[in-house]
Design a protein around this ligand. Sequence first.
Ligand SMILES: Cc1cc2nc3c(=O)[nH]c(=O)nc-3n(C[C@H](O)[C@H](O)[C@H](O)COP(=O)(O)OP(=O)(O)OC[C@H]3O[C@@H](n4cnc5c(N)ncnc54)[C@H](O)[C@@H]3O)c2cc1C
Length: 421
Amino acid sequence: MSKHLLIVGGGVIGLSIAYYARRKGHMVTVVERNGRERDMASLGNAGMVVPSHLTQLATPANVRFGLRNLLNPESPFYIRPRLDAGLISWGLKFMQSATADRIERAAPVFRDLSMLSRRLYVELAAECDNDFGLQQKGLFELCNTDEGLHEEVHFAEYANKLGVPAEKLTPEEVRKLDPGVTFDIAGAVYFPMDCHLSPAQFVAGLAQRLEADGVEIRYDAQLSGWRRVDGRVDGAIVTDAQGTHTLQADEYVIAGGTWSDKIAHELGFALPLQGGKGYSMTLPQPRETPAICSLLMEARVAVTPMLGGLRVGGTMEIAGLDESIDPRRVRGIIKSFCKYYGAFRHEDFTGVPVWRGLRPVSPDGLPYIGRVGRYANLSVAAGHAMLGLSLGPVTGMLMSEIISGEQLSVDLTMLAPGRFD
Ligand SMILES: Cc1cc2nc3c(=O)[nH]c(=O)nc-3n(C[C@H](O)[C@H](O)[C@H](O)COP(=O)(O)OP(=O)(O)OC[C@H]3O[C@@H](n4cnc5c(N)ncnc54)[C@H](O)[C@@H]3O)c2cc1C
């Protein structure tokens, strides 16, 4: 049965849901508080689609790293200490989630979601003449220390056991796969299933196709409240240039990225989220253009060839909703990048604009996807942390299955929106 679906948030998650719901014949309205030329996490990110990513953010190693670096604002993973009840509660849940059992149970969920999402990206690229530049060339995890390489090789064995191909490479083998690039490394692990693309092109193209297919995207329209009746949502209160009105639909989905916890709060349930701030810079004419994207493992920096340029990004700063740019952290990214890619110099980045975005990070680093128990017609798709682009299509497909009352393609038990409520 065809339904009317109202989605709050026009990022990669909201638009992917709109796409798969529309394909199933539902009528869709998207409410996005920013204008058509908007900025958000979904645009300036590193553009990686990563079946290689099998570990949740909450691990004992990250807890130790976060605590050790509480006073080090240059650290690539940094929890900015503040007296904030939300942050303290999030931090406690983060520590409680960092157990070997949870990490082991989460890995096959990440694998299934990522593999399916990758397949969907290939299908989407075929439908639009690949106008978002999907490159199925794999990803290097580059290491510049023997210790780092040892750890990654260990992880590669684990990935292989889970059915995700990964291969150890010497520096010479890396140079052979990506010739003409000056790598200063001890070695690498290569994940052939990973891909990269241009996220801004993907989002813009998707929005355009949705509108052509009858989806209403209401830009400059802010969700400001809800109407509820008998365990159901009865309307979304939206404010735009014309004033404040109530939009009614059969089903509602919260896909507001980092701001989804505020939206949930209005409806009386907890969806703990923190903004995980990261930065990127895109060199328009790089000295060398790698063909294969990479993660610089010791530095936690991502490097992606994009539309003839080269995007370099990184850092994860748990800083609430603060969107200011900290030049010390930007300098740290550039310094690390030049260590692994020896031909580049710090001066190459002079005058290159710095983009920043907030990753929506749940305490365990797993997304929230599913229905909200206390409202029969409300669902959530948020909290994708470092994987929102990667998991956009699969999230859209799963949400369209939920709305349509169909059997789910992936078991979502671990992703239940109420798991911390
Ligand atoms: C530096 C960096 C690099 C990254 N690299 C990658 C990568 O390589 N691969 C990957 O998979 N992920 C990556 N990510 C993560 C990815 O960008 C995010 O997970 C993803 O963009 C989240 O998408 P979203 O749609 O949930 O949120 P957003 O993109 O933030 O969109 C949410 C939207 O909801 C709107 N909204 C919020 N509240 C309201 C309201 N009340 N009313 C109306 N609208 C509202 C906002 O305006 C916003 O447009 C990276 C992130 C960063 C910062």
